[in-house]
Unconditional design. Structure first.
Length: 252
């Protein structure tokens, strides 16, 4: 049987604005593959806030709502409650979700809002010039930590999946990466599980995707992938931090 590698139908055939080597394009594709496989393009609503994904409405064929900076989970909550039969997801960066949007993220999670959150963690503010983010790792050089992040003065990074996994309303909290083919396949499985959770009214699902930012890391695309593997993944270990379906599947 011949296997043809094609563009997902729900991913629009237009040039993207992302920097060379950025993995947003991979993540977009994975979401669209899941939407296509589930046949839910016409029933899916995405919410994108301020950040590198601010123009994602140009790339997804489903409906997209633009939210104020950090407020995507709040907007998604309103959409899902008003239209409970729709599939609602947010697509957020680490500065957006873990800094200005911390409250919206935590409270939508603890309420068990039946939405999917795609959290792209590249350890830095991408769109606004490369300043330190809540996820910037110790020692990492940014525009606002030119000598490297010092936990004594800047504190330690926020580990979102570990934090949210303690909340009762969370159905899935999983951290994945897109630095290799095996990891990309695992990332797609996690995204599919999150959408399946929403389909089955299980509550809040978050998939954290470790990503690159060659421009603000000051590295070329190949070096960025290696830095992701050598520095970022060890600090933010991949894995499932909470999955309420594990007991149902007999894995616990």
């Amino acid at each position: 049987m011949e296997v043809v590698f094609e563009k997902p139908k729900s991913l629009l055939d237009v040039p993207m604005h992302y920097c060379p080597g950025c993995t947003h394009g991979i993540i977009h594709r994975l979401i669209c593959e899941v939407i296509d496989e589930m046949g839910i393009e016409g029933d899916t609503i995405g919410v994108c806030p301020v950040g590198c994904s601010v123009m994602a409405y140009d790339y997804f064929a489903c409906d997209i709502i633009e939210a104020p900076h950090g407020r995507a989970p709040a907007v998604a909550t309103g959409v899902k409650r008003a239209l409970p039969d729709k599939y609602v997801f947010t697509y957020q960066g680490d500065g957006d979700l873990a800094a200005i949007g911390t409250a919206e993220t935590v409270h939508s999670a603890t309420r068990g809002e039946n939405i999917v959150v795609i959290f792209v963690n590249n350890t830095i503010y991408g769109m606004t010039g490369g300043q330190m983010a809540p996820t910037t790792i110790p020692g990492q050089v940014t525009q606002t930590t030119p000598y490297g992040r010092d936990p004594k003065t800047a504190g330690y990074p926020v580990k979102i999946c570990e934090m949210l996994s303690a909340l009762d309303g969370v159905a899935l909290a999983q951290r994945v990466s897109v630095d290799s083919v095996p990891h990309i396949r695992e990332a797609k499985k996690a995204i599919r599980k999150a959408f399946d959770n929403q389909k089955n009214n299980r509550g809040f699902s978050i998939v954290e995707v470790l990503s690159t930012c060659p421009t603000n890391w000051g590295l070329d695309p190949a070096e960025s992938m290696e830095w992701l593997r050598q520095e970022v993944i060890p600090y933010f270990p991949l894995g499932v931090y909470k999955d309420i379906t594990a007991k149902e599947d007999g894995n616990e």
